[in-house]
Each structure stands twice: as structure tokens, then as C-alpha cells.
Design a protein around this ligand. Structure first.
Ligand SMILES: [Zn+2]
Ligand SMILES: [Zn+2]
Length: 351
């Protein structure tokens, strides 16, 4: 089998050819059909995140060491279950939950494996989906996706799940309260569709790019704003019930400032994007305005199961996808880095 891996941070992907994996214990080998290409894959290739002020979070210091086979939006067919994996239907199409934890700590036992400090995520710590075959450690990470387009379904594992889990954190009264989504790229578009399915009746979308604002308007946003326009803050502050929550899919100093300035008392800021940077925070304003600041990182297995059911039930397509051959993984990464992607690029294999 072939895999496309980072063998040195900051360098193009290398093609590695090796023997097909043999599943042990509860492992299941999945034949890859689709794998989405995500901004996290770019960060993983670079080997660091920008923390602001010239500081960097090094992935090598966080236990991510090359070779790294990228790809965590994995969909495929069950090829071979291990001897303890139970009775699985070979050939069944499944979506793979990639945000796997140690399985024994409190976070994992409470079902929040994505928050495990000793994570063993596919496409990060374990080989991911930029490969012809993927080894999944247990069949419970496999989710049937009957009736869904395979490319669109693959993106649920990260893009869709990240949007969904962030939406589950905003609280409030969806039918009445205003929700702001910052960033109308793939995540913002997914969140808009999901917000509607979850009953959010008042959704504003902010993006500095005119074409993305136009897209959000076409997708039915109730209010579309340019965060660089000084008038935008006044519009949000003048909303009848105020701005209850903001989900920031960009995550830089400007977007965080924009959201925090616009929230009503008791409002919530949910940080998702990791564009990078830092902001000064006036501490007395936290209690005075009773603000909640929270981060949201992908989502847990239960949320992915709920999300798949929601998407199936509402017939949702969260993000436009462009499907290209798996062998073009490096080209897809370059296009994503250059910002030359309208929706999500999904790598395809085996059809
Ligand atoms: Zn991702
Ligand atoms: Zn754990």
C-alpha cells in the first residue's frame, strides 16, 4: 500500500510504499475511499502553531514526530477486522472517528476522548487517511453513513464535527437569541446549515471577504457583516435582544476583539479557529459583563454520531466538496495553503 506522509516538518509530502497492515486485537483495517484535506493538515506539516508575540507551539514537543501520515476526515469500507473486533460486515461503508484518546483517563471515560491529554488521534499521532488503508483501533470508532454522499460525509469527521460541537456550546434560546458566526469559509458555512437544523432563528455571519459574505447571504444568513467596517459593531450592539453568542472560526486578534466588543451582557465567545495571535483582556470586564470565553476543539464520538443522524435526518449538505485522486495529496495541500479552494478538497481512492 501507499501512504503520503510528512517525513520532515515544513517539507512536501513523501510517498511511502509498504506492506498492507494486518489488524491485531480489536483493530479494523479500512480501505480508504475518501479523505478530506483540512487546515490542521497544513499546521501539522509546518510543525507548529503561531501563539502570538513571536511564540510558537511546537508539535514535536507535543509528541507529534515524523513520519506523520496526515488526514483525519476518513471514510472507507471495512476491509479486515482483527481477531477481537467482533462480527463486522466486510465492504460496509463507514465514517471514521479520528479524535481518539488513551481510553483510560477520566476525560476518555466520560466520553470526551478529543480532550484526552494523551491523545492518539488518527492523522496526527497514528497514521491517517492520506493512505490506501487505515488501521482503526476499535470498531466503535466506525459510523455507518448510509444515504450520504461519500465526499460530503468524510468532512463530517472534522469540519462538520467542529462546527457542530461549537454550536452545542452556545446555549441560550435559539429561537430568540442572535448568534454570530465569524468566518464564512467551510466551517462557517457548515455552522450556518447546522444552526438552522438546531433551531437557531437569528444567525449573523461576519467575514472580511465580499465573496464569502455574498455566499453567506445566499445560504440564508439573517445578517451579513464586514468586521472591518466600524459600523458592524454598532449594528450588533443595536440588535433588539443583543448578541448572545459568537463562534469565531478565524481566531485572530481582530476577530476576537470584534466578537468580545459586540457581545451583550452574559454573552459567550467560543474560539474555534487557530489563525493565531493574542489580545489584551480587561479582567474587570469579565465579571462586569458576565462574559464566558471558551474554546472548542473538534468534538467527541457521541457528538459525531448525533451529527451524522442530524445530517441524514435533514438531508443537509454542509460544505461544497471537490474530489481529487489520493495521489494528488501534495497538490491539494498547496492549493489549500494558497487559499485556492472554494469548499473542501476531498481525496478519493479505490473507485
Ligand atoms: Zn481537520
Ligand atoms: Zn484519555
Amino acid at each position: 500500500m501507499k501512504r503520503f506522509a510528512v517525513t520532515e516538518f515544513g517539507r512536501p509530502l513523501c510517498t511511502l510504499v509498504e506492506d498492507d497492515p494486518v489488524p491485531r486485537g480489536t483493530e479494523v483495517v479500512v480501505d480508504l475511499e475518501r479523505c478530506g484535506v483540512c487546515h490542521t493538515d497544513l499546521h501539522l506539516r509546518e510543525g507548529h502553531y503561531d501563539l502570538g508575540g513571536g511564540r510558537r507551539l511546537s508539535l514535536a514537543e507535543r509528541g507529534v514526530t515524523p513520519p506523520v501520515t496526515l488526514g483525519h476526515e476518513i471514510l472507507g469500507r471495512i476491509a479486515q477486522p482483527g481477531p477481537e473486533a467482533g462480527d463486522l460486515a466486510a465492504g460496509r461503508r463507514v465514517l471514521v472517528y479520528p479524535w481518539i484518546g488513551c481510553g483510560t483517563c477520566h476525560r476518555c471515560r466520560e466520553g470526551d476522548e478529543n480532550l484526552c491529554a494523551a491523545g492518539r488521534c488518527l492523522g496526527v499521532h497514528r497514521p491517517g487517511g492520506f493512505a490506501e488503508k487505515v488501521v482503526v483501533p476499535h470498531p466503535r470508532y466506525l459510523i455507518a453513513v448510509d444515504g450520504l454522499d461519500p465526499s460530503a460525509a468524510a468532512t463530517l469527521a472534522c469540519s462538520g464535527l467542529t462546527a457542530y460541537s461549537a454550536l452545542r456550546k452556545v446555549g441560550g434560546a435559539p429561537a430568540r437569541d442572535w448568534l454570530l458566526l465569524i468566518g464564512a469559509g467551510g466551517l462557517g458555512q457548515s455552522a450556518l446549515g447546522l444552526a438552522r437544523a438546531l433551531g437557531h432563528a437569528r444567525v449573523a455571519v461576519a467575514d472580511t471577504a465580499p465573496d464569502k459574505r455574498a455566499r453567506a447571504a445566499a445560504l440564508g444568513a439573517d445578517l451579513v457583516l464586514d468586521p472591518a467596517d466600524p459600523e458592524a459593531r454598532r449594528v450588533l450592539l443595536g440588535l433588539e435582544t443583543g448578541l448572545s453568542a459568537a463562534i469565531d472560526f478565524v481566531g485572530n486578534a481582530e476577530t476576537a476583539r470584534f466578537a468580545l466588543d459586540a457581545l451583550r451582557r452574559g454573552g459567550r465567545y467560543v474560539a474555534v479557529g487557530m489563525f493565531g495571535g493574542e489580545i489584551p483582556l480587561s479582567l474587570p470586564l469579565l465579571p462586569l459583563r458576565a462574559l464566558t470565553l471558551t474554546g472548542s476543539y473538534v468534538g467527541n464520538l457521541g457528538e459525531l454520531n448525533d451529527l451524522v443522524a442530524l445530517v441524514q435526518g435533514h438531508g443537509l449538505t454542509l460544505v461544497a466538496t471537490e474530489t481529487v485522486p489520493l495521489a494528488q495529496a501534495e497538490d491539494a495541500m498547496r492549493r489549500l495553503a494558497a487559499g485556492d479552494v472554494a469548499g473542501r478538497i476531498v481525496l478519493a481512492h479505490g473507485e
